[in-house]
Design a protein around this ligand. Structure first.
Ligand code: PHE
Length: 358
């Protein structure tokens, strides 16, 4: 402050101006790249009470004949010095701005605020993936077949003779023939077993395949849907026996449900002999008996059996040389058990509110 008062009293003689210029030069060096110091300098020299401002003001006190020259000198100096300072300040400010911009640059890789919620696999597909995973590790190959199937592969080759009562177990959707003659050669496949006959015929033995997919039956209630999912398994080779069937299915069921016990019961399917139904210890009560397992402690989960020699014959595979076993399992029921779903239809309504709870 004292300098300002002092300089207010000093007249802007060339010596005084030279002095101010030198000081300005020195302070500029001291301030360096310190923007704050530079701004402080700006008001010290050029602010309302600044040194140069005061010098300009003191011009008025000079004798009239000196004023013009002193005023011009002082103004000249003011312009030069202030320009130097401002150039420096502007340069530093733009560097700062640049830094700031770089710091707050838009990151376009960040997810947007209105991003759609991430989707997930349908529970049925999750179960399929898990089953395929277990079975391919056991050496089974993935196979597929058409959903609109020939009666031959779906029934006839599987040893369901025409008009045989075993066909009544599967209420079928028949497809009108394109020629309009009313022949019922095409059906929506009622199970995945036609993949057995198709692949056996096409590729012959030895063969070890699994085939998950959609199947159709004219049936609809809380536990039946006209469309549902099955996975088929088939292993044909020399010397394949019932022991292989039990070993593979026990490992598969244990991997899928955990070790809860497996039970084999005799059953009938026209394309196997002998045929079995396979149960797993109830996943709800653990075997002690509850409403879900109808107090038996067991839940039926799949059909299986040794491939009937007639089926091998129908597919041009020598039944004297080859034997095999097959199994078929409903996928939707496993998904229902896993997530405690009480109505099969929930799985097929595509309601995100339901699916996102799983
Ligand atoms: N295809 C039979 C069904 O849908 C299941 C099955 C498959 C049974 C293979 C035995 C062997 O009921």
């Amino acid at each position: 402050m004292s300098t300002e008062v002092e300089s207010a009293q000093k007249a802007p003689t060339p010596e005084v101006l030279a002095e101010v210029e030198r000081e300005h030069e020195e302070e500029l060096v001291t301030a360096g790249d310190n923007l704050e110091a530079l701004n402080r300098m700006r008001s010290q020299f050029f602010g309302p009470k600044g040194r140069i401002t005061s010098l300009l003001r003191s011009v008025g006190q000079l004798p009239a004949e000196q004023r013009r020259e002193a005023g011009a000198r002082t103004n000249q100096l003011k312009q030069t010095l202030e320009a130097k300072l401002v150039v420096r300040i502007n340069a530093l400010e733009s560097v700062e701005k640049e830094k700031e911009l770089r710091r707050s640059r838009l990151d376009l890789t960040l997810p947007g605020r209105l991003a759609h919620p991430r989707g997930a696999l349908h529970p049925v597909n999750r179960v399929i993936e898990e089953m395929v995973d277990i079975l391919t590790r056991m050496g089974f190959e993935l196979a597929t077949g058409p959903e609109v199937e020939l009666d031959w592969y779906n029934f006839e080759a599987l040893n369901f003779p025409k008009d045989h009562p075993a066909r009544d177990m599967q209420d079928t959707f028949f497809i009108a023939s394109p020629d309009g003659k009313g022949t019922l050669e095409h059906v929506l496949r009622t199970h995945t077993s036609p993949v057995q006959t198709r692949e056996l015929e096409r590729r012959g033995a030895p063969l070890r395949i699994i085939a998950p997919g959609r199947v159709y039956r004219c049936d609809s209630d809380a536990t039946h849907s006209p469309m549902f999912h099955q996975i088929e398994g088939l292993w044909v080779d020399e010397g394949v026996s019932m022991a292989h069937l039990k070993g593979v299915l026990t490992s598969f069921i244990n991997a899928l449900f955990g070790e809860r016990g497996v039970r084999f019961r005799p059953s009938f399917f026209p394309f196997v002999e002998p045929g079995v139904e396979v149960d797993v210890g109830c996943v709800f009560c653990g075997g002690t008996g509850c409403r879900v397992c109808k107090h038996t402690g067991w839940m039926e989960i799949l059909g299986a059996g040794m491939v009937h020699p007639k089926v091998l014959e129908n597919c041009k595979v020598d039944p004297e040389r080859y034997t095999g076993f097959a199994f078929g399992l409903g996928i939707d029921r496993v998904a229902m058990q896993r997530w405690g779903i009480d109505d099969l239809a929930h799985l097929f309504r595509s309601d995100v509110r339901f699916l996102s709870q799983l």
